[in-house]
Design a protein around this ligand. Structure first.
Ligand code: ADP
Length: 496
C-alpha cells in the first residue's frame, strides 16, 4: 500500500482546480504546472507549488511528457494525476510515469492502450455477452469488406476512426455508392487528427440517447458502478448539458447497464475510475460505444447524486486501497444537471470566443456547484479547450434541479467573452428537454448548427415549439421552426 503525500496535476483549468481540492481534503500537497498564458490561473494560485512549462501551445507545454516528468522529479512528488484531455488517455504517458517511479492516478498503460482503440475494445467485447453497436470489430481493409459489412448491418452506417475522439473522424453513409469516397475522407480526417488512418463501420443508430455508466475498480478485483449520466445534448457530438439520472433509465435498465459496464471493466482488467458509454434506442436496447479511461468532464453530477467524491476514490485506488463502498452502498439521492460553459458564440455555430474576462461572478446558493478554472482578468485564447467552467445544480427531483439550474444560469455573469450560458438556458426551457424525450439529435434538430452527419437528413435543422429565455434569443413560431438569433433567421430565409 503506497501512501501518496504529494501529487503533480498534469493539467490546467477547472479539472486542475478540482483535483487540487480533493487532494487537499486528503492532506495531500499539490503541484501545479503552467504554460506562459496560464501564469496567474486559479490552479496555479491554489496549488501548494507551481512550476512553469515554458511555452504557449499545448504541444509546447501540457503535452510535454519530458517536462512534466522533470518537474515531478524536482518537486519530489509521489503521484501524477492526468485529469482529462491532454495526456490522460495516452498509454505512453501512463507508462513513462510508472517507469519513472511515480504512481499514475488512472488505469494501467496496457488498459489505456487496449480500450483507447475503439476497434480493439469492440474486439475484446465481441465474444462476451455484451451488446455492442453492430458493425465491424476490426478496421476495414478494403472496399469489398466495407460493402459486405455495411450490407449485412444495413444502411445508414457510420464510418468511425479506430483511434477516434472528440467526435472527430465520423461519416454518415446512406448507400453503397457513397462508401468508397466516405471511407477515403474518413481515413484522411483520422490520419490528420489522430495520426492513425484506420477506420471501421458501425450501424447508425437512429435517434438514440447517449447514456454512460460510471465505474470504480480497485486493485483487488472489486468493481462497482455509480449509475448513469445522460449526455444526449450534444453539438457536433460534443456534450453540452448532462443529467443524472436519465429519464429513460428504469431501475431494471440501470441494473442491466451497470452490470454490463462492470463486465466490461472486468474483461479489460480495469483499475481506477472509468466510464462505459452506450447508445440507448427508443426500445431501450443499449449498445456499447466506447470506454473513457479517465475522469469525465461530467463526473460532478454523479458526485452530487451519489454523494461520492470520484477524485478521492481515484487517489485511494491508486494508493492500493480497497473501494470505500460496495454496490449496496450506492444510493441515488435526487437529481443533478450540469451545464458546460464554453467560451463560444452559441448563435454563430459555436465558434470559439476569445478575449479577457473583464468581470466574473458565478452563481451561488443551495444546491449550486461551480467548477471553474477562470477568474476576472483571465485571458481566453485559442490555444486550449474553450470550456471554461461547469455549473451543476442538484435538487431533490428533476423539476427542482431544472428550476435551480435555470436560476443559476440567469445569475451567472461572465463579461469579456461570449459563452454558451444563453444556449443552456434555451435547452433547459425547451419542451423536449423538460419532458425528457430528447436524443442525440436534439441540438441539430432545434438549432442552426452545421453538422456534417445530419446535413442530408435535415438540411435546415430546426423544428418544434420554443421558449424564449434570453434577451438575444427571439421566439419565432412561424412554420414551427426555431432560430437562435435574428441574424440566423435572416440567413435561413435567404437560403430557403
Ligand atoms: P468520440 O470518441 O469521438 O467522442 P463516440 O464513439 O464516443 O466518439 O461517439 C460520440 C457521439 O457520436 C455519440 O455520443 C453519438 O452522439 C454519436 N455516435 C457515435 N456512434 C454512433 C452510432 N453508431 N450511431 C449513432 N450515433 C453515434
Amino acid at each position: 500500500m503506497a501512501h501518496i503525500k504529494k501529487i503533480l496535476i498534469a493539467n490546467r483549468g477547472e479539472i486542475a482546480v478540482r483535483i487540487h481540492r480533493s487532494a487537499k481534503e486528503m492532506g495531500i500537497s499539490t503541484v501545479a504546472v503552467f504554460s506562459d498564458p496560464d501564469r496567474t490561473a486559479p490552479h496555479v494560485l491554489l496549488c501548494d507549488e507551481a512550476y512553469p512549462l515554458h511555452g504557449i501551445t499545448s504541444t509546447e507545454t501540457y503535452l510535454r511528457i519530458d517536462k512534466l516528468l522533470e518537474i515531478a522529479k524536482n518537486a519530489n512528488v509521489d503521484a501524477i494525476h492526468p485529469g482529462y484531455g491532454f495526456l490522460s488517455e495516452k498509454e505512453s504517458f501512463a507508462r513513462s510515469v510508472t517507469e519513472a517511479g511515480f504512481i499514475f492516478i488512472g488505469p494501467r498503460a496496457e488498459t489505456i492502450e487496449l480500450l483507447g482503440s475503439k476497434t480493439s475494445a469492440r474486439e475484446l467485447l465481441s465474444g462476451k455477452n455484451i451488446p455492442i453497436v453492430p458493425g465491424s470489430v476490426k478496421p476495414i481493409n478494403n472496399l469489398d469488406e466495407a460493402i459486405e459489412v455495411a450490407s449485412s448491418i444495413g444502411f445508414p452506417v457510420l464510418i468511425k476512426a479506430s483511434g477516434g475522439g472528440g467526435g472527430k473522424g465520423m461519416r454518415l453513409v446512406y448507400s453503397a455508392g457513397e462508401l468508397e469516397n466516405s471511407i477515403e475522407r474518413a481515413q484522411n480526417e483520422a490520419e490528420k487528427a489522430f495520426s492513425d488512418n484506420r477506420v471501421y463501420i458501425e450501424k447508425y443508430i437512429v435517434n438514440p440517447k447517449h447514456i454512460e455508466i460510471q465505474i470504480l475498480a480497485d486493485n483487488h478485483g472489486n468493481v462497482i458502478h455509480l449509475g448513469e449520466r445522460e449526455c444526449s445534448v450534444q453539438r457536433r457530438h460534443q456534450k453540452v448539458v448532462e443529467e443524472c439520472p436519465s429519464t429513460a433509465v428504469t431501475p431494471e435498465l440501470r441494473s442491466a447497464m451497470g452490470l454490463a459496464a462492470v463486465e466490461i471493466a472486468k474483461a479489460a482488467g480495469y483499475v481506477n475510475a472509468g466510464t462505459m458509454e452506450f447508445l440507448v434506442d427508443a426500445d431501450k436496447n443499449f449498445y456499447f460505444l466506447e470506454v473513457n479511461t479517465r475522469v469525465q468532464v461530467e463526473h460532478p453530477i454523479t458526485e452530487m447524486v451519489y454523494g461520492i467524491d470520484i477524485i478521492k476514490e481515484q487517489i485511494r485506488i491508486a494508493e492500493g486501497e480497497n473501494l470505500s463502498l460496495s454496490q449496496e452502498d450506492v444510493k441515488i439521492n435526487g437529481h443533478a444537471i450540469e451545464a458546460r460553459i464554453y467560451a463560444e458564440e452559441y448563435d454563430n455555430n459555436f465558434l470559439p470566443s476569445t478575449g479577457t474576462i473583464t468581470h466574473y461572478q458565478p452563481s451561488e446558493g443551495l444546491g449550486v456547484r461551480n467548477d471553474s478554472g477562470i477568474r476576472t482578468g483571465s485571458e481566453i485564447t485559442m490555444h486550449y479547450d474553450p470550456m471554461i467552467a461547469k455549473l451543476v445544480a442538484h435538487g431533490r427531483n428533476r423539476t427542482e434541479a431544472i428550476e435551480k439550474m435555470k436560476r443559476a444560469l440567469r445569475e451567472y455573469k461572465i463579461n469579456g467573452v461570449k459563452t454558451t450560458i444563453p444556449f443552456c438556458e434555451i435547452v433547459l426551457s425547451h419542451p423536449e428537454f423538460i419532458n425528457g424525450s430528447y436524443d442525440i439529435n436534439f441540438v441539430a434538430k432545434h438549432f442552426l448548427v452545421s453538422d456534417p452527419l445530419l446535413e442530408k437528413e435535415e438540411s435546415i435543422a430546426i423544428a418544434a415549439s420554443f421558449v424564449t429565455s434570453s434577451a438575444d434569443v427571439r421566439k419565432i413560431s412561424l412554420n414551427n421552426k426555431i432560430v437562435v438569433s435574428q441574424t440566423q433567421w435572416k440567413n435561413q430565409l435567404r437560403n430557403e
